[in-house]
Write a protein that binds this ligand. Sequence first.
Ligand SMILES: Cc1cc2nc3c(=O)[nH]c(=O)nc-3n(C[C@H](O)[C@H](O)[C@H](O)COP(=O)(O)O)c2cc1C
Length: 361
Amino acid sequence: MPADVTWRLNNEHATPTQLGIRYPIFLAPMAGITTPELASLVCEAGGLGALGLGASDACHAEAAINATQRLTSKPFQVNFFCHRVAPLDPQKGQAWREYLAPFFARFQQPTPTTLSAPYRAFDEDPALLEVILATRPAVVSFHFGLPSTATLRALRQAKIPYWVSVTRLSEARYAEEQGCSAVIAQGIEAGGHRATFDPLCEAGLGTTELLGHLIPHLKIPIISAGGIVNGQQIEACLTQGASAAQLGTAFIPCRESAASEAVRQRLRVAKETQITDVISGRPARGIVGPWQQDVDHPRRPEHAGYPYSYALAKQLAKLASQYGNVEYEVCWAGSGVAHLRHLDAGPLMTQLIAELTASAN
Ligand SMILES: Cc1cc2nc3c(=O)[nH]c(=O)nc-3n(C[C@H](O)[C@H](O)[C@H](O)COP(=O)(O)O)c2cc1C
């Protein structure tokens, strides 16, 4: 199995070849969840670790990359957001604040008066590119599209490979044209934000279906993601033609993740997940709770847009938790949530590798 994987990643585009990854098991970059400890343990176990730095400023991103490089000499992936930046529409912002007012009132507070983006897109902060060029992570990946052609040129000149998450063939073809070394094919089962370049344009393809759409048309390696929680599923992706599988939700319960105690508890009992855009302003899959059941009402106004809505969601979640209500805490998770192992990163990797090896033989 390991030799086969190395071979599959080994084409002229695929700088992953030089990554020397032993097993085709990739930790998904998850902003707010992945840590240097988690990333390095996945690397040391023979997979590809990842840092989700989309919500980080340059200072934090640099510190996280340096910390991971201190913990492992093996390659890992770092990830940033490339959402199209639009100013807040004041009317939409006002309507959304008014709509959420009764939810804030449940916890004796008015809705906050200001609404600002909690973080910036990769191209909005040139210092992030500087950090990448200085720290030279093995791979940089992007979510919600790609950065500017100038940024991509700078990465190519620096010989730093870049990947992007895609949800349909047209995005994948564009990624290949733009010099991506690989694509992450994110199926609809995936936890967290839909990677669609345009948030209003959802192809709705499942992980298996999406892979089937991409394989006949792409020359670059495809990394499959969405709802994968065990080695048998990883092997199924490889058999279908993926070069590797990227798992997010499976790693959230690991002790080494940054998940809060409330998120860990909800993951233990959760059975159902659902996609909604009311939390952040972009469609994302998470554990079903009041956001999906109450806030996402058929008669609600349009939300304030991404990432402005997210700022309000985080404030409501914080307020609710002060009253002992953790149901509003954002709990992104994929459709495999009912089958999580709740192991630490090392034992989880051992189990995934054993299952993968057994099902490949
Ligand atoms: C909690 C959480 C946070 C995520 N954050 C990011 C992120 O920052 N960047 C990114 O590219 N993908 C992010 N994703 C999506 C993952 O990259 C991946 O597509 C997804 O985890 C795969 O589905 P799974 O969770 O069912 O394994 C996140 C997913 C989750 C569950």
